[in-house]
Design a protein around this ligand. Sequence first.
Ligand SMILES: NC(=O)c1ccc[n+]([C@@H]2O[C@H](COP(=O)([O-])OP(=O)(O)OC[C@H]3O[C@@H](n4cnc5c(N)ncnc54)[C@H](O)[C@@H]3O)[C@@H](O)[C@H]2O)c1
Length: 253
Amino acid sequence: MRLKDKVCIVTGGGSGIGRATCLIFAREGARVVVADKRKEAAEAVAAEGAAIGATMMPMMMDVSRDDDAERVVEQTVKAFGRLDVLVNNAGYGFAGTVVDTDEQAWEDLMAVNVRGVFLCSKHAIPAMAATGGGVIVNTASVVAAVGIRNRAAYCASKGAVAALTRAIAIDHVGEGIRCNAIAPGTIDTPYFDEILRKSPVAADSRKALEARQLLGRLGTPEEIAAGILFLASDESRFATGSILTLDGGMTAQ
Ligand SMILES: NC(=O)c1ccc[n+]([C@@H]2O[C@H](COP(=O)([O-])OP(=O)(O)OC[C@H]3O[C@@H](n4cnc5c(N)ncnc54)[C@H](O)[C@@H]3O)[C@@H](O)[C@H]2O)c1
């Protein structure tokens, strides 16, 4: 019960790493707001958590919208009286070098992956500070530290998330707020399936992506959620402004 009675918002909670995070938080005693732009996905994860006895609240939101970020924080505090943990996890990527990335596609990705972290944190921090502090965990990626081919916009966005993690940690330490990020390697989620679907030879791409990891396999959403739980709980109380890499050894090579 590492998050007993903690009130937590998980963005992108309807799938993959976000879903696994909602469910491990639920098992650890948290009250969880499953925030996702897909209503049915948020509701389905909330139902899974409720089935194991947890208090869950599904909420539809687009993290790139200021009014949505404000509403989700306000309704969370209205429902539960406080906010302890924000997991800024919603995000996506697409293939492309800077030359073949469409300008609007760049803007749209930055709006979700970077502005989303900014807006949700902007509204969450005062709410956390009002009850003595809290914890923010951002989902960055190994691409914040090492480059990968043909993912220019995605790499730029996750580099910004890592930098923003440090900035938030520094600015809000005095309010009792810690902010850290998780940097996953390649994880077997619906987002990864989408990448494979778009690849000309899916089986070969999967093998190549598995080989990128020193451990020779993809990570699971649950393995990343375990790291997010550590950063969200008091066990990580000496960590702020740090990036926890869970990548099967990808960046060790
Ligand atoms: N899968 C990987 O290999 C991998 C590796 C490193 C980092 N990440 C990061 O992990 C996070 C989660 O990825 P995943 O693989 O679990 O993806 P996923 O596609 O399985 O889940 C992402 C969820 O975010 C939601 N979402 C997307 N845009 C949103 C928006 N604007 N507002 C609210 N919700 C929105 C989607 O509806 C979806 O439910 C992302 O930030 C991703 O960049 C993933």
